[in-house]
Design a protein around this ligand. Structure first.
Ligand SMILES: NC(=O)c1ccc[n+]([C@@H]2O[C@H](COP(=O)([O-])OP(=O)(O)OC[C@H]3O[C@@H](n4cnc5c(N)ncnc54)[C@H](O)[C@@H]3O)[C@@H](O)[C@H]2O)c1
Length: 273
């Protein structure tokens, strides 16, 4: 990892879900090269093993855990394996997710359930177990969640975008809860040329970098070097690093109470802004 420093994650034990391919694989390879011992989680056993082999081939430490993050027992196993194999959990990258393309009125019950189970419950399940281990160890840790520009609206991605909105809310709440325990929680909104992004057929799709260009941000967030950042939602495309704010802007005030028609007039004025 040219320029990343080979020891920035020395002695760190990290779990990365969805690390069999795409961005997750790049995060796992980069974390291992930076010195971390990595639990490679993926529903695809063969892909997970390939990532483990690639890490070991370059002298790194990794083991695979196969199964869906949407299963409580698998989420539990990711943490248990990290503790058994490496003695604790210092980091989690809750990266595994699925995307379904449809207009909201064409979503099927099956797809809505699948997206919510993997992208919402799967993140909650894996983080729940990992954060519990971090609390019990008294050492804290770093949790990286993954959101998407779709939470602000991308045509055909409403179920997926909603799930990423939920992840942003988890990030804010976990960052708050984790402060007293030294647990940092930050979200990234990445861009990378992967199987998932190739299924995005928008004509205005932004250019997609190789996932290896995005991985240094995850390494940085897992590292103590980025403390005390917590609760941030970062955008990174391998070139520009950005951060999302969450400010509330006052549109109008009334000290005497509002009538519906006056509120409507204020809203029309706001819409014209
Ligand atoms: N690629 C992009 O440009 C982009 C943009 C914004 C956000 N993201 C987010 O980045 C993350 C990685 O995306 P990607 O593009 O690498 O996707 P990908 O589809 O290429 O890879 C996802 C990996 O997760 C695994 N996975 C899927 N369901 C799983 C489950 N239930 N349990 C465990 N593993 C499972 C897959 O087997 C695969 O290895 C996702 O959270 C995605 O929403 C990606």
């Amino acid at each position: 990892m040219g320029g990343d420093g080979l020891t920035v994650l020395e002695a760190k034990r990290v779990i990365i879900t969805g690390a069999g391919q795409g961005l997750g694989r790049a995060y796992a390879v980069a974390a291992a090269l930076a010195g971390a011992a990595v639990v490679v989680g993926d529903i695809d056993a063969e892909a997970a093993e390939q990532t483990v082999e690639a890490i070991r081939a370059s002298g790194g430490r990794a083991v695979a855990v196969t199964g869906s993050v949407a299963e409580w027992a698998v989420a539990q196993q990711l943490t248990a394996r990290c503790v058994d194999e490496y003695g604790g959990v210092d980091g989690l990258v809750a990266n595994a997710a699925i995307m379904r393309n449809a207009d909201p009125w064409d979503d099927t019950e099956e797809d809505l359930r699948a997206v919510a189970e993997v992208n919402v419950l799967g993140v909650q399940f894996t983080a729940r177990h990992a954060m519990r281990a971090m609390v019990e160890s008294g050492r804290g840790g770093s949790v990286v969640t993954v959101v998407s520009g779709a939470r602000d609206g991308i045509a055909g991605m409403s179920a997926y975008g909603a799930s990423k909105g939920a992840v942003a809310a988890m990030t804010a709440n976990w960052a708050l809860a984790g402060r007293a325990h030294g647990i940092r929680v930050n979200a990234i909104s990445p861009l990378g040329l992967t199987r998932m992004s190739q299924a995005d057929h928008r004509s205005d799709r932004p250019p997609m970098p190789d996932p290896s260009r995005v991985a240094p941000l995850v390494t940085a967030l897992l590292s103590d070097s980025s403390a005390p950042l917590t609760g941030a939602v970062l955008r990174f495309d391998g070139t520009a690093l950005g951060t999302y704010g969450s400010s509330l802007r006052t549109v109008a005030t009334s000290s005497t109470g509002w009538r519906a028609e006056d509120l409507a007039a204020a809203l029309v004025e706001e819409a014209a802004q």
